[in-house]
Design a binder for this molecule. Structure first.
Ligand SMILES: NC(=O)c1ccc[n+]([C@@H]2O[C@H](COP(=O)([O-])OP(=O)(O)OC[C@H]3O[C@@H](n4cnc5c(N)ncnc54)[C@H](OP(=O)(O)O)[C@@H]3O)[C@@H](O)[C@H]2O)c1
Length: 163
């Protein structure tokens, strides 16, 4: 299949740290990209090759234009949990593949087994995905280096211990 024959992949969280990297890597290998943004002005900050669609994960119907004709979705969920089920339902209606950026909620280390609403949200979205006809790819990365900026940089700069 020539790159131009590949149907587009929709990337949510397109303006975020991870979404931007995913967009760049897809474009690098010739995969057409659709970028979901909440505010049209964000288009100026994305690669010009990406086709920009406005939509919001809290308004499931707003995703339809971006999903129509897409083949796959890279799903970054940073919204409240309320609309996760209907959004997953819409993904299943439109695309064949979903890659979901989850979190390390299955890692047995006690650090990752503390009560954590984000972990519960991600586990719930994984269950929603598993209940569809989709064969999702679940990514459960550990701690991202970007955490250091907000969590540990102040202590490090102040010469304090990071526990
Ligand atoms: N930190 C960790 O160690 C770690 C580990 C594993 C997994 N994760 C997961 O990684 C994800 C965060 O990724 P990131 O660092 O790339 O995030 P980020 O840089 O904070 O970007 C968040 C993205 O989500 C978009 N967004 C926010 N609310 C939205 C909504 N209602 N509808 C549509 N888009 C919305 C933002 O768009 P706007 O530009 O419109 O705001 C932005 O593009 C989270 O799901 C987190 O749980 C993190």
């Amino acid at each position: 299949m020539r790159p131009t024959d590949i149907p587009p992949v929709l990337v949510t969280g397109a303006t975020g740290r991870i979404g931007r990297l995913v967009i760049g890597q897809l474009l690098d290998v010739g995969v057409p990209v659709r970028a979901l943004v909440r505010h049209a002005g964000a288009a100026a900050t994305l690669p010009p090759e990406a086709e920009v669609f406005t939509g919001d994960l809290t308004a499931p119907e707003s995703l339809d234009p971006a999903l129509s004709g897409a083949s796959a979705v890279f799903l970054v969920w940073t919204a409240p949990p309320g609309t996760a089920a209907p959004v997953v339902g819409r993904l299943a209606e439109h695309v064949r593949r979903v890659v979901f950026l989850s979190s390390p909620h299955r890692t047995p280390h006690p650090f990752f087994q503390q009560p954590n609403p984000m972990a519960a949200l991600h586990a719930g979205i994984e269950r929603f995905l598993a209940a569809t006809r989709l064969a999702p790819t679940i990514i459960r990365p550990g701690m991202l280096a970007s955490n250091a900026l907000a969590w540990w940089a102040p202590a490090t700069r102040a010469g304090e211990a990071v526990r």
